[in-house]
Design a protein. Structure first.
Length: 241
């Protein structure tokens, strides 16, 4: 006699079919698909925090400098500073001058600076001070001065050799006697041209020719003045180049 075969029992589903669709829909509404949550930085999770804990996006405070449509950024602060020294010679009274100059330069307002930078023209306002030893066959002396109003223009596309020109006016004191200068307090006018050779992006060696006229601007009736030509060598730092 054949034994009766028992039918295999089916496991009951953990979740009734009528509730499965509702659970999936609720999960999508509350959290969205996993791929969307991973792509959205606003719902990024901290790997150190408990799983599933949502954190707010980081507060990014660093921003690039303001720029116009051409990508030219605004410039602020000191654009260059440097030191120069050299030798000057005047045929008048066979006078020699050994100066040491220090200078700093600033850019102009954006309305002036940006249009010029589009053409790679760098215009800067320069303040320059100096002191020097002076000598001629009759005497030795010294001078000290300040050029508070000077302009410097250069053509700079980022190349290694950058030409420039500089001009300005200032005031000075000299102890030099016997040249009919009309007194120790003088005014000076200068114009120079030179070349910068950049050793890296910011640091440059400088060579410059400079012409200077010194006189008292008619304050004294004795106003012969003194014209001097200089050759100057120096170093320059351009921190924002």
């Amino acid at each position: 006699m054949l034994a009766a075969v028992k039918p295999k029992s089916r496991r009951r589903p953990l979740l009734p079919a009528r509730f499965a669709g509702a659970a999936i829909a609720a999960a999508l509404l509350l959290g969205g698909p996993p791929s969307a949550r991973a792509a959205d930085p606003a719902v990024a999770t901290d790997p150190v925090a408990a799983p599933g804990v949502l954190l707010p996006p980081p507060d990014v405070t660093l921003r690039p400098p303001a720029s116009d449509a051409d990508g030219i950024a605004s410039r602020h602060g000191i654009q260059q500073w440097g030191v120069k020294l050299g030798y000057g010679w005047s045929k008048q009274h066979q006078t020699g001058v050994i100066p040491v100059y220090g200078q700093a330069g600033w850019s102009f307002w954006d309305v002036i600076d940006r249009p010029l930078l589009r053409w790679h023209i760098d215009l800067q306002y320069i303040i320059e001070g100096w002191m020097a030893g002076v000598h001629n066959p009759d005497t030795s002396a010294f001078e000290i001065g300040l050029n508070p109003i000077s302009l410097r223009v250069s053509y700079d596309r980022g190349q290694q050799f950058v030409p420039f020109a500089q001009g300005g006016i200032g005031v000075m004191y000299t102890s030099l006697q016997g040249i009919r200068a009309g007194g120790p307090f003088q005014f000076d006018e200068l114009f120079g041209m030179g070349l910068e050779m950049f050793c890296n992006r910011h640091f440059a060696l400088t060579v410059e020719y400079r012409y200077r006229h010194m006189s008292n601007a008619g304050i004294s009736t004795d106003n012969r003045g003194l014209d001097t030509q200089f050759v100057l060598f120096g170093i320059t730092e351009h921190p924002q180049r």
